[in-house]
Ligand binder design. Structure first.
Ligand SMILES: [Zn+2]
Length: 274
């Protein structure tokens, strides 16, 4: 055997270059805060490199659902556990399962939203609550920083009714009394199907539930452009009765202070090349 020293190419000795983390991973490590918050868009870092958000099986599943007046809000959920709309993409790692939708509102058209973008207030805010599919239930997911993803839509009142809210409105008409329930279908979610869902700008940050126990387990996604709803349609929310059979006047948590080092990302979605 020849006893030569074998020269090894240095590139085989150096460690493999570290895989750079994705934008979604970066967002997942942001410091959480209490929610809701007031956001100044011009102060947020703007990103356009995130994957598009993917909403699967929400309004077009033809599935049975219920709409409930639980005494504090109008609450929508599918009553068949096998119907599981899913949300993925954007700032999310993995898939999140839709659990329920509910509303926040107030007595006027400007203080009914929880999140405030550039100082604009709106009549209401709708939340789509999802839990991370790696956990077995929403209750388990709440115990983890990556447990929940909540999509928020700001609702702006206009004079003319929005026909896409017709199915939801039919349900709201039947749940004026506290603890009343209406059988509805996935068509109550038709109004969320708009072009903005795929290409609209949104803000995302790590925050908390806006109702007790205010756990910091939520990746928030708030669309910038409000959804228009007729004044009379929105008025049905204000007629829902809470405890004491009085209309629920306000179910909005005030905006919370951002802690130092907290970050909100302004995401510009780009049309996917499909
Ligand atoms: Zn909410």
């Amino acid at each position: 055997m020849d006893n030569r020293t074998v020269k090894i190419d240095p590139k085989f000795l150096s460690a493999q270059p570290k895989k750079t983390s994705s934008d979604a991973e970066h967002i997942s490590r942001l410091r959480p805060s209490q929610s809701p918050i007031a956001i100044s868009l011009s102060r947020c870092p703007t990103w356009s490199s995130l994957d598009p958000l993917k909403f699967k099986g929400y309004w077009d599943s033809n599935a049975n659902a219920i709409l409930l007046n639980n005494g504090s809000t109008a609450y929508f959920t599918f009553n068949d556990a096998s119907v599981r709309p899913t949300l993925s993409g954007g700032p999310l790692i993995g898939e999140y399962i839709f659990e329920q939708m509910h509303f926040h509102w107030s007595v006027d058209d400007f203080t009914g939203c929880e999140h405030v973008l550039d100082g604009h207030g709106y009549a209401a805010e709708c939340h789509f609550v999802h839990y991370n599919s790696k956990y077995e239930s929403l209750e388990t997911a709440v115990g983890h920083p990556d447990g929940l993803a909540v999509v928020g839509f700001l609702l702006e009142t206009v004079d003319a009714p929005n026909p896409r809210f017709d199915r939801l409105v039919q349900g709201l008409e039947g749940i004026q009394k506290r603890e009343s329930v209406m059988n509805v279908t996935s068509e109550s979610l038709l109004w969320m199907d708009r072009e903005d869902l795929q290409i609209g700008n949104y803000v995302t940050y790590k925050g908390s539930l806006t109702t007790p126990p205010y756990t910091e387990c939520v990746t928030w996604i708030i669309y910038e452009k409000p959804v228009q709803i007729g004044s009379e349609q929105l008025g049905l929310l204000r007629q829902l009765e809470g405890p004491d059979s009085q209309p629920i006047e306000r179910n909005v948590r005030p905006t919370q202070r951002h802690p130092p080092g907290h970050s909100v990302i302004y995401v510009k979605q780009v049309r996917s090349k499909l």
